[in-house]
Design a protein around this ligand. Structure first.
Ligand code: CA
Length: 349
């Protein structure tokens, strides 16, 4: 009996989106041996420039047959360790040092990277909430679509290097996306562990709209890493990025060397009450530091109303106990801002 569909399934919609060609172009040849450093060009026609393009930096390093790793930084423009480490890798590596291929996008949402902001100054969109994108959409959506349609299919491994960004302090942590196939899930976990981040979390925020979610839909071996935070460059996290890239590329069989994998437990954000949100506007005074164990009901800090000195601050409590994974970086808060993410619990060893 035929099935009547009154609304397309998400998978049908994604197939239709990825079936449409991208307006983006590049002069780089993804199948040529050697090192090429150039750009992806996104046609853009604002008031100032009728027939111009937005250039996005890209490098391709190839040495014969072998696996392909897609290495991405700058999905958010205020997260710097990934872009720095990836640009360094592109400059330093001789293609003869690898087997297979690296496709490196160190500053993927280039307009956002140019101004050091999480979102693009052109369309105000967050690229980590834009997948699978839209070839007829705004620039951020077109970038997501190009990656999902043109680059993910060429990759065996996908690594998305993030940080906490301007608004958040977060522990350096590798993030493992969900995959329903146990074999692929195990390979994802092994790849994630090979990076050697000091902590590992099962689950990524952003639902199906992230680069890693798009890579998982195409059965790519993929994970993300949160490196530094608060819109700064962290030398410690940058060192982790460098050693992690080397370990992961050795694990992938693209570079020689040995990984120093993370061997600890996987952690998980256990539920919505793991997040502490601001109940009022003001200035947040945190109490607990990243990495500390906190208990449900314990004070997380308070929000001061600096315009009313006679008013007592609003006290904030943790709703669930666990490891203090992340907290807000700027003092000023609006209602609903995320103040802390505390609940991470061991799910396997
Ligand atoms: Ca990020």
């Amino acid at each position: 009996m035929p099935v009547l569909r009154i609304w397309p399934r998400v998978s049908d919609t994604i197939d239709a989106i990825l079936g449409a060609p991208s307006p983006m172009r590049t002069d780089l040849d993804f199948d040529r041996d050697g090192k090429q450093i150039g750009e992806l060009q996104l046609p853009h026609s604002p008031h100032e420039d009728a027939w111009g393009v937005i250039p996005l930096p890209v490098a391709v390093l190839r040495n014969g047959a072998g696996p392909t790793a897609l290495l991405v930084g700058g999905v958010h423009g205020d997260e710097y360790e990934g872009p720095i480490a990836l640009s360094e890798l592109v400059r330093r590596l001789d293609p003869k040092q690898i087997r297979g291929r690296l496709i490196v996008l160190p500053a993927l949402n280039a307009p956002a990277v140019r101004v050091g902001r999480r979102t693009s100054p052109i369309d105000n969109l967050n690229l980590a909430r834009a997948f699978p994108g839209d070839p007829h959409g705004t620039p951020t959506r077109q970038i997501a679509h190009y990656v999902a349609r043109e680059l993910l299919p060429r990759a065996d491994f996908v690594l998305d290097l993030h940080a906490g960004g301007s608004s958040m302090e977060i522990m350096t942590v590798a993030l493992l996306g969900h995959h329903g196939d146990p074999d692929i899930a195990a390979r994802n976990e092994a790849a994630m562990r090979s990076f050697g981040a000091p902590l590992a979390l099962a689950g990524t925020p952003g639902g199906g709209r992230t680069l890693i979610a798009a890579a998982a839909r195409q059965d790519k071996i993929c994970f993300a890493v949160e490196l530094g935070c608060a819109g700064r460059v962290s030398p410690t996290a940058l060192a982790t990025a460098r050693s992690g890239l080397a370990g992961f590329l050795a694990h992938a069989g693209i570079m020689s060397g040995e990984a120093t994998p993370y061997t600890g437990p996987l952690w998980r954000i256990a539920g919505h009450d793991a997040f502490v949100y601001a109940p009022a506007a003001g200035v947040f005074e945190p109490i607990r530091a990243l990495g500390e164990d906190v208990a449900a009901g314990e004070p997380a800090g308070c929000i001061h109303d600096l315009s009313q000195p006679a008013r007592a601050p609003t006290q904030i409590s943790f709703r669930r106990g666990g490891l203090m994974l992340a907290r807000r970086a700027p003092g000023i808060v609006a209602r609903g801002n995320c103040l802390a993410v505390v609940t991470a619990q061991v799910i396997s060893v």
